[in-house]
Ligand binder design. Structure first.
Ligand code: GTP
Ligand code: MG
Length: 199
């Protein structure tokens, strides 16, 4: 799929303030600094479309980007930011869960995980919650340019083994790098296929 047009639409504090749910959308979530905004920029080929934050965890907004006038990419605020207050964490939790559970037009959630690090409890808990909530998601490894091929394969299979301890079915996984554009075609073809189902 070719991306001929990509533009920022709106930042919303709440799912109720998001654009009308008439177009399919794909959201990106994961720990602060994992590379959500960078991945959106890589997919769209627009380096400055989504803001790469120098102050992680600051904004708690749902950011919509319109692609080819037909579907949305959605940049969500990250979680697991250590300096965030308890009140802010609770606010994040409420806002995100409400968005994920109620946004009928959100067809797939890309859950980003830094490929270099061991499975983190905060991600595993979030994966469990997505599973029990029946949310279609793809585990999307980021920053693969930092590892060699063999290390990538090992990390992916280690993550699979970890999930196999709790889940009978392992969710789909895609390996990406925003620097080398690895995984770009795979993500875009998944979106293209899913868009057709929405039609
Ligand atoms: P928050 O919005 O704060 O939650 O962060 P984010 O998940 O949007 O991360 P962001 O895209 O801002 O990237 C965080 C840092 O990681 C930046 O310094 C990026 O340049 C870097 N980064 C992101 N993706 C990659 C990647 O694939 N490879 C490498 N080498 N660096 C990356
Ligand atoms: Mg970001």
């Amino acid at each position: 799929m070719k991306i001929v047009y990509a533009n920022f639409v709106i930042s919303s504090p709440d799912v109720n303030k998001c654009p009308d749910p008439t177009k399919p959308e794909y959201a990106f979530i994961g720990r602060s600094n994992v590379g959500k905004s960078s991945l959106i920029n890589m997919l769209t080929g627009r380096k400055k479309l989504a803001k790469i934050s120098s102050t992680p965890g600051k904004t708690m907004l749902i950011n919509h980007f319109i692609i080819n006038e037909q579907w949305y990419l959605v940049d969500l605020p990250g979680y697991g930011f250590a300096k965030r207050s308890k009140t802010d964490r609770a606010k994040w939790d409420k806002m995100i869960r409400k968005y994920i559970l109620n946004r009928t037009s959100m067809l797939t959630l890309f859950l980003l995980v830094d490929i270099r690090i061991e499975p983190q409890q905060i991600d595993l808990d979030f994966i469990d919650w997505l599973g029990v909530s029946n949310i279609p998601f793809v585990i999307t490894f980021t920053k693969a340019d930092k590892l060699k091929h063999i290390q990538i394969a090992n990390k992916v299979s280690a993550y699979k083994s970890k999930l196999a301890q709790t889940w009978e079915q392992i969710p789909p996984m895609i390996v990406t790098s925003s620097t080398t554009s690895l995984g770009r075609d795979e993500v875009l073809s998944l979106i293209e296929k899913t868009n057709k189902v929405f039609d």
